[in-house]
Ligand binder design. Structure first.
Ligand code: AVJ
Length: 320
């Protein structure tokens, strides 16, 4: 097993700059990647186990049935998983692939998080000793040219993580990936589909309030970096479906006029009662919309693998 590190050490000062710029902007925002400190990652795990949070409940069986359809095609492939996290999704997929095929695969998990690459690459190697594993730490959104693999490649980006990107940004990402893809390479994107809006909104407003806690946790992460005194209890979790942009938006809404101060900053962060911080977008897609995005990025949709209800899609794309 090999691990390669392409992550530059981003200093604490540039993190502060980024967070502060987001909190100075109008409307205020915070980047959703900052949800995932260790407590935030635990809360997200908890979300995935909630009854109301449907995406993993559909994507995981779909990964299984799709693997059964693709298992012969992935012989001698380099399997590159973007945002591999704990590698649990690819394990579901690989379990359905015959050992003789796995023997011919090189699996490249790519993630920004060093710890998760080290831990999960190791686990995966133990689970599939016959398969070569080559972990990469890289920010694939910024450095797509770092993508590994020399043979026929299958790029995977599961979990509807692409849903966090605006449409323009996701087309840009697909374009960049298209530039490094060869004629025989394929991309499989996990995408959450538009469905009954009540169902979508419940998934982000669960009855146990775990999603609310997850949303508010970003304020603690901001406190850690900026030495601010955000009190998460002074904010309300708000999540709704924005039809125009076809996305769930999560916000944190100030319950009263607030002044947030920091022990290391000269300025205060001022909130009027009802003012919000926009913390996340989670786009939901239509087949038409997906085809348009692919087209705009120079890719074409080869296959869409669905569950019965068409709530979630694994979309296979090639270079046009
Ligand atoms: C990890 C980005 C797919 O958008 O559904 C879950 C994150 N936010 N509940 C999503 C999330 C609130 C999740 N993704």
């Amino acid at each position: 097993m090999i691990i390669e590190d392409f992550m530059p050490d981003i200093g604490e000062s540039s993190i502060r700059e980024e967070l502060l710029a987001c909190l100075r902007s109008d409307p205020k925002t915070l980047p959703c990647m900052y949800f995932y400190d260790s407590h935030g990652s635990e809360l997200f795990e908890e979300i995935t186990r909630l009854e109301e949070y449907y995406p993993p409940k559909i994507e995981i069986p779909l990964l299984r049935t799709t693997a059964l359809k693709l298992k012969q095609q992935i012989e001698d492939n380099d399997l590159v998983e973007l945002g591999s996290g704990d590698c649990s999704k690819i394990s579901v997929f690989l379990d359905e692939v015959p050992k003789e095929v796995r023997q011919t695969i090189v699996y490249y998990p790519v993630d920004v998080c060093r710890d998760s690459i080290e831990r999960s690459a190791c686990n995966l190697q133990n689970r599939y000793p016959e398969m070569k594993v080559h972990g990469i730490t890289a920010d694939f959104l910024e450095h797509i040219e770092k993508m590994p693999g020399k043979r026929k490649r299958l790029f995977c980006f599961f979990g509807s993580t692409i849903g966090n990107l605006t449409e323009a940004r996701s087309i840009e990402f697909m374009k960049d990936l298209g530039k490094v893809m060869n004629k025989n390479d394929r991309l499989i994107l996990g995408m959450d589909m538009v469905k009954d809006i009540g169902v979508i909104e419940k998934a982000y407003n669960d009855s146990q309030g775990i999603t609310a806690e997850f949303n508010k946790n970003i304020l603690k992460v901001a406190n850690d970096h900026l030495k601010t005194n955000f009190d998460p209890e002074e904010f309300e979790h708000v999540a709704f479906f924005n039809r125009k942009d076809s996305r769930i938006e999560m916000h944190l809404k100030a319950k009263k006029d607030l002044e947030v101060t920091s022990t290391i900053l000269d300025e205060k962060i001022i909130f009027k009662k009802g003012e919000t911080i926009h913390t996340e977008n989670s786009h939901k897609y239509t087949v038409d919309g997906i085809k348009k995005m692919a087209g705009a990025a120079g890719l074409s949709v080869e296959n869409i693998f669905n569950d019965d209800k068409k709530w979630f899609s694994l979309v296979e794309m090639v270079k046009r």
